[in-house]
Write a protein that binds this ligand. Sequence first.
Ligand code: GH3
Ligand code: MG
Ligand code: MG
Length: 605
Amino acid sequence: MKAMLKYRYYFVVAIFLVGIMLFFMIYSNYIKVKQQQIIHQRYDSAASALQLEIKKLILIKEKATLGIALSLTNDIQLQQYLQQGYIPVDYYKSLIHLYDKSTLYRNIWIQIVDKQGKSIYRSWTSRHNDMVAKRRKDLAEVEKLHKAISSISVGLYGLTIKSIVPIFSNKNFLGILEIISHFNSIDRILQKEGIKSIVLATKKQTKHLEYPFTKLFLQGHYIANFDAPKEMQKLLQEYGLEKIFTKKYVIYKDKLITVYPLQDISNQTIGYYIAIKNLKSISQRKFAYFQFQWIAITLLLVVAFFALINVILYYLMKQQKVYYKNIIDSSNNIVIINDKEKILEANRTFFRYFTHYKTIEEFLQKHTCICNFFVTQEGYLSKEDLTYKWIDTVLETPEKLHKAKMDIDGKTYFFMVCASLIATKPDHYSVIFSDITKEEMYKEKLKNLTIKDPLTNLYNRRFYEVNIEKEIQNARRYGYPLSLIMFDIDFFKKVNDVHGHSIGDEILIHHSKIIYNAVRKNDFVCRVGGEEFIIILPHTTDKEALKIAEKLRMKIEKDSTVIPITMSFGVTQHISGETKDHFYKRVDKSLYRAKENGRNRVEVG
Ligand code: GH3
Ligand code: MG
Ligand code: MG
């Protein structure tokens, strides 16, 4: 049972462990996916933030340069020059110098276009008189709509940010003023945040450039910012430039590479603002939180695991207890669980004997131990010997046959008693009482047949012969006095003759009872002849025996239940060293003297 239970326990634990392992595998996979998702989300939002910042910086630049452009259109001098179709080369030189010195706009260019779309002034070059509005959509748009706009576009000189405003004089459209700015200032602002920039024109747009300003290229793409770091150019090349353009961002060599497409006024992509940021600078807080969650769940699972084991154990123990109770209940023997002091549990059979109690609790209210019912008798367990408790006697000598005699509700029972220690609990014992009442009774009957007289139920001559020997030995060993009383019915022959043999027998039976009831339990009354008796009296002197004999004599004399009779008595005390035959002879002599001296009397000798 225990072994089975153990295996079942291991089995359940094994199943659970496999379950936990599977769960952890699935869960760790889920965590990985989830972590990837979170990483993706984080990078995606970092990329979005970067894009937004680039967009914002471009917009600020556009709006600020638009303000400059608008303020310049009210210049009367400019309007006059425009009408003449000629602007001096250094007309804006001092203004641009001022901007360069005092504002963020280190490098702004100014272009003036006449109403036919011809460039008549470029602040950064002496080249002009080309039909620039034909090549440039944004200029054509302003020429057509007479409306100020901002745009990003590619001209002959580079990929730049433009603020384009129409010039009017008395509502007459005279031409266009254009402020051109570069991406360098945006690049510098982002650099302060640890972000590196590469601004590229598309390959198609690069082809339109006749006088590329920066003279920098990357795989056929014009680089629009001077400060584009060489190592980043290399990084993009390594990854594959074309692959980057199609994505919002890529992660490569611990870098977040964000791509912001630059579009012209008709929303066509003409270039890319590529911003590169170190991954380390992106917060890892969310991962830490996730890891904490993971540890918490693991701990929770471990706690749950132990809780489950406890529940299983409790359940198995309970099952074991029920199983165990069923086994002991199925026994026809009394089975009890005992500690050294009291009874703890009992099976159903127990209550078949102790019928007054329904539960062990009820029993315990009146008794603590089953041994309270033991009858003290030689050969049977007694509640407590001089030093040993009954349970110790049984436990320490398991090879011996232990018997208990019990008086339960006035009935005598005999039991064979076995006890064993319960391995799981210290000082707990299971004790089995097997009912051997029938066998014991039978044995007693058999024994009585050999040592008792069938007519009077007193001990017979054979018993006397054996027992007197034992008693003489005991008296000598322990030094106590031993006496005999011998008695004989007076004129019994005559009784038989007059009243018949059956009355004679009746007298024998009746007076035997009187004698038996009048002496102590430890005295042995024996019928040693037809109507001759001897009482063996241990621990008794002849003086005491004389008194007893006298008492018996008077009892017999007074009784006339059958017919009145008398008896004669001889009393003798054992003399040290005397044989049983000599002892007998002396008591016989005393009796003879009683007869001689007139009968119905006691003689000591
Ligand atoms: P005394 O006073 O001298 O003892 O006289 P008594 O007649 O008793 O003489 P004794 O003791 O010699 O007699 C023994 C008689 O006891 C013989 C027999 O008739 C009678 N007797 C012995 N055994 C039995 C018995 O089992 N049943 C009956 N009814 N009588 C018995
Ligand atoms: Mg006689
Ligand atoms: Mg006789």
